[in-house]
Design a protein around this ligand. Sequence first.
Ligand SMILES: C[S@@+](CC[C@H](N)C(=O)[O-])C[C@H]1O[C@@H](n2cnc3c(N)ncnc32)[C@H](O)[C@@H]1O
Ligand code: SF4
Length: 436
Amino acid sequence: MTFPIPVVSTLPAQGAVIRDVQHYMRDGTLRLSALPPLSLYVHLPWCLKKCPYCDFNSHEIMAPKTPSASAPLGGASGLGRPGTEWRGELPEQRYLDALMADLEASLPLVWGRTVHSVFIGGGTPSLFSPQSIDRLIGDIRARLRLEPDCEITLEANPGTFEKDRFKAFRSAGVTRLSIGVQSFDDAHLQALGRVHDRAQAIAAVEEAALAFDTFNLDIMYALPGQTLANLERDMHQALAFDPPHISIYHLTVEPNTFFAKYPPVLPEDDDAYAMLDRITEMTAAHGMDRYEVSAYARPGHRCAHNMNYWQFGDYLGIGAGAHSKLSFAHRVVRQVRFRDPALYMDKALAGTPVAQDNEVSRADLPFEFMLNALRLRGGFKLQDFSEKTGLPLSAIQAGLDEAERKGLIERDFVHLKPTERGFDFLNDLQALFLPQ
Ligand SMILES: C[S@@+](CC[C@H](N)C(=O)[O-])C[C@H]1O[C@@H](n2cnc3c(N)ncnc32)[C@H](O)[C@@H]1O
Ligand code: SF4
C-alpha cells in the first residue's frame, strides 16, 4: 500500500482482451517523447487471516481449525498463531503457472523494455515457500530483462516468520524485505486483529536485518486507544533496529471492511497530527529523511519501486486484481486483472487475465500525474510532466498559478516542489489539478 490508484470507470462484463499491440501503437493526441522507466508488480493475494481494517485484494485462505487467540507461538504449520492448525492449502504452483501465462500474454505490450524494479506484494507473499519465490523470480528473469542491480522487494508478515525463512528468500533473489510490523505493542496488535505479537515482530525484524542489506518496516499510527506515549514507544522500538526504511501510515477506516461496520474508537485528529509530528522528529533525529508523505529512508535506501510510482513511471501488474499503467507513443493505458484468485487463475491460464483496459483521457492525465508527483518532498522537474504525460506544461498552468498564490508550491524554471504548507495540506494542493 503505497500509492493512490485512480478509479477506473468501466467494467466490461466479459473482461478485456489484451489487444494486438498495434491497437496501442496507433496515432493519438498525446506526444510522449520517450517511454518512462518500467517496473513489475506481482500480486500474491492470500493471507492467513483477513485484518479488520484491510481493503486490499487479500483472501483468507486458512480458517483456523482450532482458533485460539491466546495460544503460544509457533503452530503446527509453523506459521501464524500457534497451536492453531490451518485448513486449506495455497495453490502455489497453479498460481505461479497463471502468473507466467499472464506475463507471457502481456509481453508484447512491454517488448524490449528493461525492468528497473520488481515488487512482490499482497496479501502476504511470505506465505509462499522460498522454493516458489525462487521459481517465480527465475521465471520472471527468463522472460524480462531486469537491470543488473534491480531491486526485488517481497512483502512479509511476521506471522509467517520461521527461522531461516528470510535467508531463503534472499537466496531466491529477493533483495529487499518489507515487513508488516504495524506496531510492537501486543494490545494494539490484537486490536488490529494481527496474527503476530510483539515477540514475533522483533524476531522477524532481527532476522531480516541479518539476511538483508536493505529492508522496510510498515508501521501504522493513530490506532484504536493509542496515545502519544504509546506511539513514541513503538517508534523507539522500530528505530532501535536502525531500519534503512520505514513506511508509516495513518490507520484509515476503509469502506467495506470490518472496521467500517464496527468502528473502533480512534484518536482525535489533533492527537493524530501530534503523532505524525513526533514520527517526523524522531526519524529525522535518527538520520532518516521523510522523502515522501509516508516514507522515511536512510541515505541510499529509498524504495526504487515506489519512487517509480510517484514519478509517474510505468508498471506492469500481474496477479489477481493487479493494476498496470503502461505508456505508448500516443496514449497511457491502465489495466486491472480479474480480482478473485480462482477466477483470475482460470482466466490467466486461458490467456485472458485482464478485466479492464482503459485509456487515460487527456483531461485526467494532469491530475493523475500531480496526485503522485506532489507526494514527493523534493517535487519533480517540470519537464518530467511533459515527458510522462505527453502534454504541454500549459495543461497545469492554471493549477500551478493558484497553488503558488496560496503558498502551496515553490518553483523555478526547472523544478517544482510542495512547500511545507503544501505538504501539510496535500489533498488541497492535489485538488487544484482535478479535471474541470
Ligand atoms: C498490503 S499490506 C501488505 C503487508 C502485509 N500483508 C502485512 O499486512 O503484514 C501493506 C501495508 O499497508 C498498510 N495498510 C493496510 N491497510 C491499511 C489501512 N486501512 N490504513 C492504513 N494502512 C494500511 C499496512 O501498514 C500494511 O503493512
Ligand atoms: S496481512 Fe496485510 S494484506 Fe493481509 S489482510 Fe492483513 S493488512 Fe491486509
